[in-house]
Design a protein around this ligand. Structure first.
Ligand code: ARG
Length: 633
């Protein structure tokens, strides 16, 4: 490795995680006497650029807040005053109200490439300096709890769960990359009367064999069957109830109708489900055993699917895990504070009376005394706090539940736990439309993946030569399909929905998942063909990288740690994706100019160092998004 120590600046490239920090400091050091401002202040004002033609860093004059200056004139003045000379590693250029700084090519590759090739997978990881509290270093890293995916057992794993899984997986990786301690939590929908219905359904139509084979699918089938029976029974019951109500209102005698209704209700699946669930609530071991089996087997199945998305949860919690005593405490506290009120036997919070007009009313206890979805969340948020004392907690939940989550945070605050609600954030996201295939609307993630996989396979077999070289074409098609789905999902702003487009996402052209995989596989192929010894690239003579294409590629690679840092602020995966696509475009336009095979050995080595660094950055970005980069496809 070339020596990176730098005698010309008070900071060396070795001191920093981010090569641009080194340049930021270098520029600020020189601007500081000109502006008569401390170096730290100037560093903060230097900002990154959207495109490299605007420089590598820039100083927006307006951000200096100097009175009575015309920004374009001041920019010119500053650029002129900025020192030049051999020891200065950047050039300054005025442009309207900005001073644009360009890293000098001669020095750049030597600073960036060895750093990437030595840091490897942690290039771009930015443990932020402020993360560990200097007054309490014993507390260690900051902690974030990320709740995501959270499907409902025996119901469909729908698009909302898919998006939550993909986005939440990314958010947790992003925080981990930034030096946080991350708790990944799955809060399953695994409790309620419907599990009584399911258990009774299973006793009628279930099979242990099917359950072992594909638990989620089988439970769903059972659930659909028993729900249909229940729905059919509901019709006459509801008709009778309606009539009784009407007759009562007219003052008529309803005893005959009631006699007719009673056996219907008693024999109904709905009533049987209620009784079964009551047994579960009362802790009846027999009733719980079947439910627990459903839960455990579903989790095993989910785990296998999550693994394909490179996701692992630290905790499988869920509605069933909420402590009953905690729920009672929450209800008692809300009543004591006058936040919860009686309403025809039920208990509700009327948010409009407590400074949150938009949040309407929410029932927290039914007439029969049972708690609701919101009540469990209210209790669980306190349990989570007790367990983790997090610095931050993120709920990744679809926008259909915006009101629910807002009510949860508000009620927590009103109940006297502002220190908890202040640390909570809702990452909300829009719907996916049109998630259907030729075979009909798909309900399960596995079906979607299978369908996309079939399409990928069709494309792959067309290239016979490449196809033959694949060790495991099935596995490659699986990865490509998942990449296609995930990239499509992560491409737009998280809060916006999008149209599921099988054709576009599987295309190898345009900004798609397969395109990114192709970019990575191509770099691997170049290295294979050149029979490169990756471990010796550190000794390459990088001053040979003189072409504009090479320089621009290095400049692009230098930006990656800043891109990650910025993504932590935007919390938008598209920030990373946009960067990766831009970088891949720069790469693909370089191949003709910066050839490896056929070049002189030293030049070949230098170019390979550049390509290997690019491959590493691509790999880092892709895995941060949860993708598995392939070496061949
Ligand atoms: N299981 C819920 C559903 O599928 C999502 C859970 C969201 N998280 C929460 N803490 N309420 O609709």
């Amino acid at each position: 490795m070339p020596d990176l120590t730098d005698s010309m600046s008070t900071l060396s490239t070795q001191d920093v995680q981010n090569p641009v920090d080194f340049y930021r400091h270098h520029i600020a050091e020189r601007l500081s006497p000109i502006l008569n401002k401390p170096i730290e202040d100037v560093t903060r004002i230097l900002s990154w650029t959207q495109t490299l033609d605007k420089g590598d860093l820039m100083l927006p004059v307006a951000a200096l807040r100097e009175k009575g200056v015309k920004p374009p004139e001041r920019a010119e003045e500053l650029a002129k005053a900025f020192p030049t000379g051999d020891d200065v590693l950047v050039t300054a250029q005025p442009n309207q109200g900005f001073v644009q700084f360009f890293f000098k090519p001669a020095d750049l590759s030597k600073r960036i490439l060895p750093m990437i090739l030595s840091k490897r997978q942690i290039y771009g990881a930015n443990p932020l300096p402020g993360l560990i509290d200097p007054d309490h270093p014993e507390k260690g890293k900051k902690k974030v709890v990320v709740e995501f995916s959270s499907p409902n057992i025996a119901k469909e794993f729908h698009q909302g769960h898919l998006r939550s899984t993909i986005i939440g997986g990314f958010i947790s990786k992003l925080y981990a990359m930034s030096g946080w301690d991350v708790v990944r939590m799955n809060y399953l929908g695994d409790w309620g009367k419907q599990y009584g219905l399911l258990a009774n359904g299973f006793r009628q139509f279930g099979s242990q064999e099917q359950l072992a084979k594909d638990s989620i699918m089988h439970l769903f089938e059972v659930y659909v069957k028993i729900s249909k029976i229940k729905a059919e029974q509901d019709v006459p019951i509801n008709d009778l109830k309606k009539q009784i109500k009407e007759n009562k209102a007219k003052g008529e005698d309803v005893s005959d109708l009631e006699k007719e209704l009673a056996p219907l209700v008693a024999e109904s699946e709905d009533e049987k489900a209620r009784i079964y669930f009551k047994r579960m609530e009362d802790g009846d071991p027999e009733a719980l055993a079947l439910w627990k089996q459903f839960r455990d087997m579903s989790i095993e199945k989910y785990k296998r699917t999550y693994a394909r998305l490179n996701i692992e949860f630290d905790v499988y919690s869920g509605e069933s895990q909420v402590n009953g005593e905690e729920i009672d405490k929450v209800l008692a506290n809300l009543k004591k504070l006058g936040l919860a009120e009686d309403s025809e036997g039920a208990v509700l919070i009327d948010f409009t009376k407590h400074g949150a007009k938009k949040l309407n009313k929410a029932i927290i206890q039914r007439k029969d005394g049972t708690p609701l979805y919101l009540t469990r969340d209210l209790a669980h948020i306190l349990e989570r706090w007790e367990t983790w004392h997090f610095d931050k907690m993120i709920y990744v939940v679809a926008d259909q539940q915006n009101e629910h989550v807002a009510q949860l945070f508000k009620a927590t605050e009103l109940a006297g736990h502002k220190e908890i609600s202040d640390r909570c954030q809702h990452i909300t996201f829009g719907m996916v439309k049109g998630m259907s295939t030729r075979k009909g609307t798909v309900k399960f993630l596995d079906d979607v993946i299978q369908h996309v996989k079939d399409v990928m396979m069709e494309v792959m077999v067309k290239n016979e030569k490449k196809y033959e070289q694949l060790d495991d074409p099935e596995a490659t098609a699986d990865i490509l399909a998942i990449t296609a789905i995930m990239v499509q999902d992560l491409m737009g702003k998280v809060r916006n929905g999008y149209e599921f487009n099988f054709e576009r996402m599987t295309s190898f052209e345009g900004d798609t998942g397969p395109y990114l995989q192709y970019a990575h596989a191509r770099l691997c192929s170049i290295e294979r063909k050149a029979e490169a010894d990756i471990s010796s690239l550190g000794s390459a003579d990088l001053s040979l990288l003189k072409e504009q294409h090479a320089i621009d590629l290095v400049r692009s690679l230098a930006q990656y740690p800043d891109v990650v840092a910025n993504t932590l602020k935007t919390q938008e995966p598209s920030t990373i994706l946009t960067y990766l696509f831009k970088m891949s475009h720069a790469l693909s336009s370089s191949y003709d100019v910066l050839q490896v095979v056929g070049s002189e050995p030293e030049l070949k080595k230098a170019r390979l160092a550049l390509y290997e660094a690019a491959r590493q950055v691509l790999w880092n970005g892709m895995t941060l998004l949860g993708l598995t980069p392939v070496e061949r496809m």
